[in-house]
Design a protein around this ligand. Structure first.
Ligand code: RTP
Ligand code: MG
Length: 148
């Protein structure tokens, strides 16, 4: 089953949006399979965002992600990578559609609350970067699943 990596950034944690964000993904019907609150090392932040290492905002981005705790999560479900990106909304919260997380709660591109993997291959790389295999659970609802 497809999986994606979702990280609630320091601004999402500090604005008290962790529950709201988890709620939106749960109510869509995706399964939470791993979750941990953690401080991010510079090494991990630089690896996570290495595709942006030559961009002018890279330094500030790494500073920000390492500045305070984040909530790292893994979600599972059919089409979860692309669907979670839709639920999250466009990178710039000012142009993100209302109804998306960034569209509803953000203003600044540098404080856009949440990260979601942008492709299935990226998700696999990011999950392996942020989680040990033993931290990833596998489960199915015990009751009949009404969504799939
Ligand atoms: P993310 O990786 O965090 O999920 O965000 P994204 O895919 O929507 O956007 P991406 O292009 O991967 O950019 C990564 C993060 O860098 C910050 N950013 N700042 N012009 C800027 O100042 C700028 N552009 C991007 C954002 O915080 C973005 O989430
Ligand atoms: Mg990205």
């Amino acid at each position: 089953m497809e999986r994606t990596f979702i990280m609630i950034k320091p601004d999402g944690v500090q604005r008290g949006l962790t529950g709201e964000i988890v709620k939106r993904l749960e109510q869509k019907g995706f399964n939470l399979v791993a979750m941990k609150m953690m401080n991010v090392s510079r090494e991990l932040a630089e690896k996570h965002y290495d595709v942006h290492s030559d961009k002018p905002f890279f330094g500030n981005l790494v500073e920000f992600i390492t500045s305070a705790p984040v909530v790292a999560t893994v979600w599972e479900g059919e089409g979860v990578v692309a669907s979670a990106r839709k639920i999250i909304g466009a990178t710039n919260p000012l142009t993100a559609e209302p109804g998306t997380i960034r569209g509803d709660y953000g203003i600044s591109i540098g404080r856009n609350l949440i990260h979601g993997s942008d492709a299935v291959e990226t998700a696999q790389r990011e999950i392996a970067l942020w989680f040990e295999e033993s931290e990833l659970t596998t489960w199915k609802p015990a009751l009949q699943n009404w969504i799939y």
